[in-house]
Design a protein around this ligand. Structure first.
Ligand SMILES: [Zn+2]
Length: 314
């Protein structure tokens, strides 16, 4: 193994308790994980398995807070190599051009709902996207006149965002800021120290400000891990994507996410149904009409959805 490539997490990265149970383990360079990695990254750039020699995909579950996490993870330097080389930014950029217009409409809907909840007009609002990717969500907010800030590891994504007028801030500069809303979409499953990262982000949130955290939801996660079907396609019933080696290093149950947020002085809120209906978009066809009417109600009652908005209340 090339030294210092791998970090061992010997205790739960959320609650810090050591008591855990190993659910699955296999060397990254042996069947079936090797074949999974080779196949998964072949269309995105390509994995360099020599960096992973002797390291293991070890999936364990915290007996205290139920977090499912990978014990051996990539160092920060190797993580950067993954997101810039193993995943080729040019190929990813081309792929995300395929996003349908309705996707942008749903972002606009979300942004209007947030502004309505916070009761501020666009020019008074400061949005921050942590792990913003190409900054597409922020560009929609910017189009409405909001002040937009982003943070991102990937140099190619930073350059793209800056050339489109997004103010980039480094990780160290975050705590000097005060934002009305922080977006952390599909980020916390990738982070080595999620509790500390959330507590740090909350410093940059105004009192009464909101942070939205979304992480993968897999209602049947126990059955997926029992089956360990490495051939199950992404999005299928038994897909292992929610615990994908190297990238999805934390899998949160909803309760685990809420308890981590509580440690950071946050409490869950729901956008009122009237506000959700007021700014609904995409009413084309029966399927979307039914979805627009029913989804806000289902979401209100859903006890396993991992897309949660939190309020900084203390
Ligand atoms: Zn734990």
């Amino acid at each position: 193994m090339i030294k210092n490539n791998i970090i061992n997490r010997n205790f739960c990265p959320v609650c810090k308790v050591e008591d855990n149970i190993i659910l699955y383990e296999c060397l990254f360079t042996e069947y079936p994980v090797k074949e999974y990695l080779t196949r998964f990254y072949s269309t995105q750039g390509g994995v360099e398995l020599n960096y992973l020699e002797n390291a293991k995909y070890i999936l364990c579950k915290c007996n205290n807070c139920d977090l499912v996490y990978q014990k051996e993870i990539l160092s920060e330097a190797l993580m950067e190599r993954l997101y810039e080389n193993w995943i080729n930014p040019v190929l990813v950029f081309e792929a995300q051009k395929m996003l349908p217009i309705s996707h942008y409409a749903s972002w606009a809907q979300e942004i209007f709902q947030i502004m309505s909840y916070i009761k501020k007009i666009p020019s008074e609002i400061r949005f921050f996207d942590f792990g913003m990717g190409w900054g597409k969500w922020l560009l929609v907010a910017k189009a409405f006149g909001c002040n937009v800030f982003g943070c991102e590891l990937s140099e190619s994504r930073i350059q793209y965002a800056e050339s489109n007028g997004i103010t980039m801030i480094s990780y160290d500069e975050i705590s000097e800021q005060q934002f009305d809303f922080i977006n952390a979409s599909q980020v916390f499953e990738h982070i080595s120290c999620p509790t500390e990262t959330l507590q740090y982000l909350v410093k940059a949130l105004k009192f009464g400000g909101l942070i939205k955290i979304s992480v993968p939801t897999a209602r049947n996660i126990s059955r997926r891990i029992k089956k360990m079907d490495w051939d199950a396609p992404k999005g299928s019933k038994y897909s292992l994507n929610p615990v994908a080696p190297l990238e999805h290093i934390n899998y949160f149950k909803r309760e685990t996410l809420i308890s981590m947020a509580s440690m950071a002085g946050l409490q869950e809120i729901k956008i009122p149904l009237t506000t959700q209906y007021q700014f609904s978009t995409n009413w084309k066809g029966i399927r979307h009409i039914v979805k627009n009417l029913i989804y806000p109600i289902i979401n209100k009652l859903d006890k396993s959805n991992n897309e949660i908005i939190f309020l900084k209340y203390k």
